[in-house]
Design a protein around this ligand. Structure first.
Ligand code: ACO
Length: 331
């Protein structure tokens, strides 16, 4: 096992106060029910941002808590990597807005696009920058205003998602430390891009009246196909991260999976031979917050004492692309 180059020094989350329950969909005229949503997904409620709450503002709330817990000042941050599928605008990045908001004057700031796996990708990139000696301290954020890109007329997708942000301060380790990222794995398959996508609104099919009329700038998903690939890919990702850390499922104290659907989580845990008692689940309260879901769950798990010094955690994600990834972290 390699010496861990980077460790998590602090975590935080930024969650909109407004809650939308499954019952609230009736007011939108959608033919759905609390029972259907809970049975298929495990989701009971999700947080929905107001117009004033942005991907940047949620990220800033999460970042400030993470920085304060890590004892890191804005001027000490060398890189801000913000994973998002819901950038506040297309140019420049939301990461530079976050940099300006925090006053992190010497940071290199950029967005990373890997959908729900984005935060795992961003952590792996930050660790690599530490390994190569380019940076010492990184702010790694997943922030998503999914409510701005889902089709509120499409019951098969809009019930699944929620808004929020999670952040960590990642720091380069002192020599001989045994805490930190023990292994990481990333993979993609772009041949499956159209199973979960926004067909229009980018440079290839820019916004137009036709795009607005056919609602093709909103998220579209083939639910069954996505489900199948999610289980297969997250299972592979668990294996690969465990192999990389020379560990087995039994050695893991807590599994923190991407929170998309409790049935996907249960199938992944079963495959990895990790009992549900060791799995962190909050999809019931947040829905799918895309790349924010793992750092939000990690922050809650630390706050509640389920993750503490000595804990070995397996983090695993899957998302549009398709992309998938995982890491083992010792705290
Ligand atoms: N309420 C009531 N009925 C609904 C709803 C709803 N909200 N949505 C769909 N239905 C209906 C469908 O129209 C369909 O009706 P039909 O049989 O008359 O055609 C029926 O329910 C069954 O639909 P399926 O899509 O086959 O239902 P399924 O059991 O596959 O569950 C779900 C759908 C929950 C979306 C599931 O496929 C799933 O969770 N897929 C993975 C989604 C996911 O996790 N995506 C994110 C991962 S990647 C990322 O995080 C970006």
């Amino acid at each position: 096992m390699k010496r861990p180059v980077a460790f998590i020094a602090g975590t935080g989350r930024g969650i909109p106060a407004r809650i939308m329950t499954n019952h609230d969909f009736a007011a939108l005229g959608l033919e759905t029910s609390h029972e259907w949503i809970v049975e298929r997904t495990g989701i009971v409620q999700r947080h929905i941002a107001t117009d004033a709450e942005t991907t940047c503002s949620m990220a800033a709330t999460a970042a400030r808590t993470a920085m304060s817990r890590a004892g890191v000042q804005p001027g000490e941050i060398d890189a801000i990597i913000l994973s998002t599928a819901t950038a506040d605008r297309l140019l420049p990045s939301t990461a530079v807005d976050l940099q300006a908001e925090l006053g992190a004057t010497r940071a290199a700031a950029f967005d990373l696009s890997a959908a729900c796996s984005g935060w795992i990708y961003a952590m792996t990139v930050a660790e690599g920058l530490m390994q190569s000696g380019v940076i010492e301290t990184a702010l790694v954020v997943g922030s998503e205003k999914m409510s701005s890109i889902v089709d509120w007329q499409d019951r098969s997708t809009c019930v699944l998602f929620g808004d929020g942000a999670g952040a960590v301060i990642l720091k380069r380790n002192e020599a001989h430390s045994t805490r930190g990222i023990l292994s990481a794995f990333m993979r993609s398959d772009g041949t499956l891009a159209e199973l979960l996508w926004r067909p229009s609104g980018g440079a290839k099919a820019p916004f137009s009246q036709a795009v607005l009329d056919d609602r093709s700038s909103y998220v579209r998903m083939a639910g069954r196909g996505t489900f199948r690939h999610a289980v297969r890919s997250m299972s592979e990702a668990c294996d690969r991260a465990l192999d990389g850390a020379r560990l087995r499922g039994d050695d893991i104290d807590i599994l923190i999976p991407h929170q998309a659907n409790v049935r996907i989580i249960e199938a992944t845990a079963k495959y990895a031979n990790i009992p549900m008692s060791k799995v962190y689940v909050n999809v019931d309260r947040y829905g799918n917050t895309s790349s924010a879901s793992i750092p939000i769950a990690l922050d809650e798990a630390i706050e509640s004492g389920r993750v503490k010094g000595g804990t070995t955690a397996l983090l695993v994600a899957f998302g549009a692309g398709f992309t998938w990834g995982s890491m083992v972290v010792r705290f």
